[in-house]
Design a protein around this ligand. Structure first.
Ligand code: ACM
Ligand code: ZN
Length: 523
């Protein structure tokens, strides 16, 4: 077993180690120059006594095989050479990530040296989309934390950051087109703490947004790590922060504040007014300049239909469009925004807690609740593409007593289409970190690790090669790496039900408690 997460799809272990002790000669084709630099940096940092010289007794080579798929790579390590083969930087990056995970240091009397097992790896991902969603509307983490998360995602071969940048509690993107989004929608006066039913507040205002310059920088930082950033502008509901800045966008135009509590506010932009779509088109244009990804997430979850019922514009839109019911304003809204995205060359992604009928066929469904698998399979057979984000398996915001490691690891993503599912139509899977009760790095780490690694294995590794006991052993070996990076992962006795189960019902509503208890008691 090689200590690599996600487990490679083909590996052979020869026995013995390749040892980097004397000089190391590194060579690369032109396209792999950045990888050459990366391996030098990585080895020097890992083992400062390593020297690089063309006459070194160990050779590291980056070779190109144009026939390999974009993210595939091969590693050949024997007694005196290490060859990493790929068709471009994504593959070489992943070869380096696997190497990083296999490296060990040791020392004899005089020197410290690094080694990796002699092996052959031939590896390719199962799914093209391997995502993490970060919610920065509820809590704003900022550039340093996002870049750190991107580094950690790359380490586990995750390639999409789904960036939730707008919700009831905050709007996080600098805007020149709608300046009040920057000055009003990015600030809130207070913040609820202690869970949905709590009446405690921090008592302090908070604010935060990314400048356009920062976003461009982060997008480039992600690209260098083979990560695409898919931004999310959640509409027509979950947008109280936008309404605090521009109340005329709502059905009734009443003034509102950016939300300070975390339940659903049931507020919405009006799907019946043309001015809503003019606003959406201008904002989408502003975002398209920042985010080159071909995917654009437009939310569309938990529609606030109550407001629509009492709105004359909404009711007229129902009649004008020959809709049977006010609820059909949601697919109408999604389709209008999908069309303006299509004009800009973008494919929409929408949340799917139930099967939304009549939505443009090219829109991708991000399925987070249990939808009837047969109905979803029929949709897929007609060309629908799906991202699996099943809440009770992949919501890393949930405490471990609700979603233990095993429940995340053992989940088969295609089961959303029935069992046994085929991969067709499922483009990938995503781990989601909603941040109502996640407010700092420590808790982010605690909630994501090791569950993010477990999900990464389901997204990368063929299902026949997965094994929980094997994963646990590799995760054990990874703890040293996590410690060296400073990741505050959840310990083994916390990742499975046990000491916390007794309070499960409380945790469902007070997600923060388990973590508080852990930190308070040094568990
Ligand atoms: C969601 O959990 N409302 C996507
Ligand atoms: Zn309305």
């Amino acid at each position: 077993m090689l200590n690599i997460i996600p487990r490679p799809n083909s590996e052979e272990i020869y026995g013995g180690d390749l040892t980097f002790d004397g000089g190391v000669a590194v060579s690369a084709c032109d396209e792999a120059r950045p990888a050459e630099q990366m391996v030098r940096n990585m080895l020097s940092k890992f083992c400062p006594t390593i020297r690089f010289s063309d006459s070194g007794k160990v050779a590291i080579k980056f070779e190109k095989d144009a026939l390999l798929p974009k993210e595939s790579y091969r590693i050949d390590a024997d007694g005196d050479k290490l060859i990493m083969t790929a068709s471009g930087m994504p593959g070489w990056t992943y070869a380096l990530v696997s190497l990083r995970q296999m490296l060990r240091t040791d020392r004899d009397d005089k020197t410290m040296y690094a080694s990796c097992p002699c092996c052959h790896i031939d590896d390719s991902p199962r799914f093209a989309y391997r995502g993490v969603m970060l919610d920065e509307a509820r809590h704003f983490f900022g550039e340093t934390e996002v870049k750190r998360l991107l580094d950690l995602m790359c380490l586990y071969k995750l390639n999409v950051l789904h960036w939730h940048l707008s919700d009831d509690q905050g709007y996080r993107v600098e805007s020149d087109v709608f300046p009040l989004l920057t000055t009003v929608a990015s600030r809130r006066n207070d913040t609820q703490v202690g869970g949905k039913r709590s009446d405690k507040f921090t008592g302090i205002a908070s604010s935060g947004y990314y400048t356009k310059k920062q976003i461009r920088h982060i997008v480039e930082y992600a690209r260098e790590r083979n990560i695409e950033i898919v931004p999310e502008l959640d509409m027509p509901s979950h947008c109280t922060a936008i309404l605090a800045a521009y109340p005329d966008l709502s059905c009734h135009g009443e003034k509102t504040d950016v939300s300070t509590t975390f339940g659903n506010t049931e507020r919405s932009v009006c799907p019946g007014k043309d001015s809503t779509y003019d606003f959406a088109a201008k904002l989408v244009d502003e975002w398209c300049e920042l985010f080159p990804s071909p995917l654009f997430h437009i939310g569309a979850d938990e529609p606030a239909e109550q407001e629509w019922k009492t709105c004359s514009d909404c009711r007229e839109a129902v009649v004008r469009n020959g809709l049977g019911d006010i609820k059909e304003l949601l697919p109408l809204f999604v389709n209008r925004v999908a069309d303006l995205l299509r004009e800009r060359g973008k494919t929409p992604v929408i949340w799917s807690e139930k099967l939304l009928r009549g939505v443009r066929k090219h829109a991708i469904f991000e399925v987070f609740d249990h939808i009837d698998p047969k109905a979803l399979a029929t949709e897929v057979s007609q060309g629908r593409r799906v991202i699996v984000a099943t809440a009770d398996r992949y919501y890393a915001s949930r405490p471990y007593c609700m979603t233990p490691l095993k429940k995340t690891y053992c989940y088969e993503p295609t089961s959303v289409l029935g069992s046994p599912g085929s991969d067709a139509g499922v483009i990938g899977a995503e781990m989601l970190l909603w941040s109502e009760w996640v407010y700092d790095r420590l808790k982010l780490d605690f909630n994501l690790f090791p569950r993010m690694c477990a999900m990464a294995e389901s997204a990368w590794t063929d299902r026949a090669r997965k094994s929980l006991s094997d994963f646990r052993k590799r995760w054990d070996a990874h703890k040293a790496l996590m410690d060296s990076i400073g990741v505050a992962y959840a310990g083994d006795k916390l990742t499975d039900p046990g000491i916390f189960t007794r309070k499960k019902s409380e945790y469902i509503w007070k997600n923060v408690d388990q973590y508080d208890e852990v930190r308070r008691n040094n568990l």
